[in-house]
Design a protein around this ligand. Structure first.
Ligand SMILES: Cc1ncc(COP(=O)(O)O)c(C=O)c1O
Length: 421
C-alpha cells in the first residue's frame, strides 16, 4: 500500500568544498576587475555621506536623543539671527513677565513672553517685517499682498446662543487678522503698498486694524474661491509679492527671533509652550531654541476644536479637518509643508485644551498679570494649567516654563458697552 520511497541522494562533502572555493574565486576576480570608475563612484558616495553627517545634529525628542537633518528645514539659527539683525530696529523687544500668584496656581515657575505688546498687537509683526525687508527694492516697489481668514459658519452657530444671552462672541473675540495687520504695518514702514483681500462680511474691527496701518483693502465675496480669485487678480495686476502667513522661510525666521530674545532674558527656561495653528510661530521658536539649547522642551498648545496638529503628530502626516470650532480664532489654520517637518521632528508634544480652559486662562491674564490677551494668545497658560499637562509624568521636570502670550487683539466693544449700562 505504501509506494516505493526513492533512496535519498548521497551528498558528497567534497563537492561542497569545490563549490565554495569556486564562489570565492568569482568574488575575488570580480573585486580585482572593478574598474576605476566604479571605485571612484564608491569613494564619492562615501564622501557625500560624510558631508551629510556634518549637517546632522542631535536633539532630545520625547526624552530620546535623536538625529535630525538641519538642511531639510525652511529656516535655521543663522537665518533667524539674520532676521534679528534685519528687524531689530523696527520691532519691540517684548518684556518677560512673572507672577508669584500664577506660579503658585501652576506649581511651576512661569515666564510670560508678552508678544501681545509687540507692534500690531501680536508676534506676527516679526515675520511680516522680516519678509518685507528681505525683498529687493524692485520687488518691494510693487508691494505685497495677502488675504485673511474670516469667521467660519460653525463659529457663527456657536455665537448665536451667546448672542441670545447678551454676549456677542463675533465682536468680543476679534477675528484673526493679525498677519494682515502686521503686513500692512511693515509695508508702511518700508513705504510700499500692502493689498489685503478681505471678504465683505468680515467684522469691522479687523478691517479697522488693516486700514489703521495703511493697508489697501480689496473686497471679495465671502467664499474662499472669491478670496483666492481676487488675490490672484491683484497679483496679476500689481506684480506684488504674495506673503504667506506661516508657510514661508522668511516668516518662520522672523518668528524665531522670539526665542533668541527669550533665552537671553531668561536663560534658565527648560520648556517653552507655544500656541500652534499653521505652525510658523512654533517652527521658528523650536528651531532657534533647540539650536541654542538642544535639551529644551518645546510643547505646542492647541484647541481641542481645531486639533489638526495633534492628529498630524499622532499619524505622522499632515491632517486637515473639515471644520474647526474654537474661540481661539487665530488657531484654525492647518500645518503647511514647510512647518510640518519642524513640528514632526522638534516639537516634543501637543497639549490640547478646550475653550473653557482657554477663556479661564484669558481671564487669569487680565486679572493677575493685568495684560489684555486674545484667546489664541492665552492658550499656553491654559495648557500649563490643564490636567493633561499636570498629570503627565513626562512633564514633571518642566519647572522653568516660558509661555508665549502671542497676541492681544481683542475687540472690547461688548465689555465696554456693558460698563456703560
Ligand atoms: C495670536 C496668535 N497666536 C498664535 C497664532 C498661531 O501662529 P501660527 O499660524 O504661526 O502657528 C496666530 C495665528 O494667526 C495668532 O494670531
Amino acid at each position: 500500500m505504501f509506494g516505493h520511497r526513492p533512496n535519498r541522494r548521497r551528498i558528497d562533502p567534497s563537492s561542497y568544498i569545490v563549490r565554495l572555493s569556486n564562489l570565492i574565486g568569482v568574488l575575488v576576480s570580480t573585486f580585482r576587475h572593478l574598474d576605476s570608475h566604479q571605485l571612484e563612484k564608491g569613494k564619492r558616495r562615501r564622501r557625500r555621506s560624510k558631508n551629510l553627517s556634518r549637517s546632522y545634529t542631535f536633539v532630545r525628542i520625547r526624552g530620546l536623543k535623536m538625529e535630525v537633518n538641519k538642511e531639510k528645514y525652511a529656516a535655521d539659527l543663522s537665518s533667524i539671527e539674520a532676521a534679528r539683525a534685519r528687524i531689530s530696529s523696527f520691532i519691540h523687544k517684548t518684556p518677560v513677565m512673572t507672577s508669584e500668584s500664577l506660579d503658585a496656581i501652576s506649581g511651576r515657575k512661569l515666564f510670560f513672553k508678552c508678544e501681545c505688546f509687540q507692534k500690531g498687537g501680536a508676534f506676527k509683526f516679526r515675520g511680516a517685517c522680516n519678509a518685507i525687508f528681505s525683498l529687493d527694492d524692485q520687488q518691494a516697489a510693487k508691494g505685497v499682498v495677502t488675504h485673511s481668514r474670516f469667521l467660519p459658519f460653525i463659529l457663527h452657530m456657536f455665537s448665536f446662543p451667546c448672542y441670545l444671552i447678551g454676549l456677542d462672541l463675533t465682536t468680543f473675540f476679534k477675528i484673526s487678522g493679525n498677519h494682515a495687520a502686521a503686513l500692512a504695518l511693515a509695508a508702511k514702514l518700508r513705504g510700499i503698498p500692502a493689498y489685503v483681500v478681505i471678504p465683505k462680511n468680515a467684522p469691522q474691527c479687523k478691517v479697522r486694524n488693516v486700514v489703521r496701518y495703511g493697508g489697501q483693502v480689496i473686497w471679495s465675496e465671502s467664499t474662499m474661491q472669491s478670496r483666492e480669485e481676487t488675490a490672484t487678480k491683484v497679483l496679476q495686476e500689481t506684480g506684488a509679492a504674495l506673503i504667506h502667513p506661516f508657510n514661508d522661510g522668511r516668516i518662520i525666521s522672523g518668528q524665531g527671533t522670539i526665542s533668541l530674545e527669550l533665552l537671553e532674558q531668561s536663560p534658565q527656561i527648560d520648556t517653552i509652550i507655544v500656541p500652534i495653528s499653521g505652525g510658523g510661530l512654533i517652527s521658528g521658536v523650536a528651531l532657534a531654541a533647540k539650536s541654542i539649547n538642544p535639551a529644551i522642551r518645546i510643547l505646542a498648545a492647541e484647541p481641542k476644536g481645531a486639533n489638526d496638529a495633534a492628529q498630524s503628530k499622532a499619524v505622522g502626516r499632515i491632517v486637515t479637518l473639515t471644520e474647526t470650532n474654537t474661540v481661539a480664532d487665530g488657531l484654525r489654520a492647518f500645518l503647511g509643508e514647510l512647518t510640518w517637518p519642524v513640528v514632526r521632528d522638534l516639537v516634543d508634544d501637543i497639549i490640547t485644551v478646550d475653550d473653557t480652559e482657554i477663556i479661564d486662562a484669558m481671564r487669569l491674564c487680565y486679572e493677575i498679570l493685568k495684560v489684555a490677551v486674545e484667546p489664541s494668545g492665552a492658550i499656553g497658560l491654559a495648557a500649563v494649567l490643564s490636567d493633561s499637562f499636570r498629570n503627565n509624568p513626562a512633564w514633571k521636570d518642566c519647572n522653568q516654563i516660558g509661555i508665549i502670550l502671542s497676541g492681544g487683539n481683542v475687540d472690547l466693544q461688548v465689555l465696554w458697552n456693558s460698563f456703560r449700562k
